[in-house]
Design a binder for this molecule. Structure first.
Ligand SMILES: [Zn+2]
Length: 101
């Protein structure tokens, strides 16, 4: 997988490798962002499945269960927001307008 950045000036550049990892190509921050995004997606799927089970079970009869699901969803949203803010910060600092893979 080739990773390229489109910069604010329109140039397309291939980012330099900035770590010694052998497990991924491209810059380390982008790799970590993707791992975190995958993990968020997996957590979201778990919460959705849990929600479907509870609803199939007659809805939110158990307030504690409902509260737990809501808490996990809010936690996940905050986590995703922090990740995206950091991604935006890095992209702006490097003048990246688009990541091409
Ligand atoms: Zn790395």
């Amino acid at each position: 997988m080739t990773i390229q950045y489109q910069l604010a000036n329109g140039a397309i550049v291939k980012p330099a490798k900035d770590c010694n990892c052998v497990t991924h190509e491209g810059p380390h921050w982008l790799h970590m962002d993707r791992l975190d995004a995958d993990s968020e997606r997996a957590e979201y799927d778990l919460i959705e499945a849990e929600l479907a089970r509870v609803e199939a079970d007659g809805g939110f009869k158990c307030l504690q269960h409902k509260s737990n699901i809501n808490h996990r969803m809010v936690h996940l949203a905050k986590r995703a927001m922090r990740r995206l803010q950091e991604k935006k910060r890095i992209m702006q600092s490097l003048q990246i307008v688009r990541i091409i893979t």
